[in-house]
Design a protein around this ligand. Structure first.
Ligand code: PMP
Length: 308
């Protein structure tokens, strides 16, 4: 059996760099309220063409990890610095010098939920971003799921628990059965919520609209980044408001945004094609700019980068 996980030989577990095959948690641990984060480190090209890795918005992700833990009544025994040091060590141990995905995972322990296991696996990822990237512009036929997004007063989507992804997995499996590439949730009120692992943005008449936190969405770091950069830097207005399903059909462009999904354009929803051009011009501009921000090419946004 391969010792590596997604090609990564080592991960960090409870303060130590360990072989991924030895990063074991007992089957007797309660898993319902396991939590995690998804973080990306992108290569910044230096003058010599060598890669320098920067973690994008490390602080925001660690803050959300602690908020998720707090919602579940768990405390993470490691400081931000220790988690960062652990992340650096495990990237180094694997010898990674290209784009790296970092996914801190926290498990409660049986009977002592406050003493959690902390594991940091890392693996390489291929970006969708970059001019002319064929992965960006491939066709994506989405559907509105018949499953509603979990309601905040039942299982809060604002905490990044694994449990929430049961809801996402049902929607993804339904989409796959019906031959679609992905699903979009409505919330329990019937308003547009989010994707299965990303937030949603729609372009209507030159303006970007996106649902509010109260529409059962994860408080996405990428969404927050776009809210902060798109209006001032690109001159494109962004409005946070409830969106009804039919507005998606009438949108010029729809795209998903998230750490994993980056900026992902959608071709059609429920077989209704969106807009005149695919990928849409604003989606392309936003993706291009976002790719420059994460790669450290925009001086004023370098504050979001933590050297890995
Ligand atoms: N919604 C869900 C359900 C997600 O899993 C994610 C990915 N973490 C997002 C939105 C986007 O969040 P972020 O931009 O912080 O990755």
């Amino acid at each position: 059996m391969s010792a590596a996980f997604h090609g990564a030989e080592f991960c960090w577990m409870n303060g130590e760099v360990v072989e991924t095959a030895r990063a074991l948690v007992s089957a007797m641990e309660p898993i319902h309220l396991g939590i995690f984060e998804g973080i990306k480190a992108y290569v910044e090209d230096d003058v010599n063409g060598r890669g320098k890795l920067n973690i994008f918005r490390w602080r925001a992700h660690v803050e959300r990890l602690r908020r998720s833990a707090a919602v579940c009544g768990m405390k993470i025994a490691y400081s931000d610095e220790e988690l960062l040091e652990g992340t650096r060590r495990v990237i180094g141990a694997n010898g990674f010098d290209t784009n790296v995905y970092v996914q801190p995972r926290i498990w409660p322990r049986a009977g002592v939920e406050q003493e959690v296991h902390v594991v940091i696996p890392v693996w390489k990822f291929e970006t969708l971003l970059g001019e002319g990237n064929p992965r960006f512009s491939k066709s994506r036929r989405f559907m509105v799921s018949s499953w509603r997004r979990i309601a905040s007063d039942a299982l809060p989507p604002q905490a990044k628990t694994w449990a929430n992804y049961g809801n996402s997995a049902l929607a993804q499996r339904e989409a796959a059965r019906l031959g679609r590439d992905g699903a979009i949730f409505l919330d329990s009120r019937g308003f547009v919520s989010e994707g299965t692992g990303a937030c949603i943005m729609a372009v209507r008449d030159g303006k970007v609209v996106t649902p509010p936190v109260t529409a059962s969405i994860l408080e996405s770091v990428t969404r927050d980044t776009l809210l902060e950069i798109v209006p001032p830097d690109l001159g494109i207005p962004v409005e946070v408001r409830d969106i009804v399903r039919v507005e998606l059909y009438a949108s010029d462009e729809v795209f998903l945004c998230g750490t994993g999904w980056e900026i992902t354009p959608i071709t059609s929803i429920d077989d209704l094609p969106l807009g005149k051009e695919y990928p849409g011009p604003l989606t392309k501009r936003i993706a291009e700019y976002y790719s420059n921000v994460v790669a450290g090419k925009i001086e004023k946004h370098k504050k979001w980068l933590t050297y890995a």
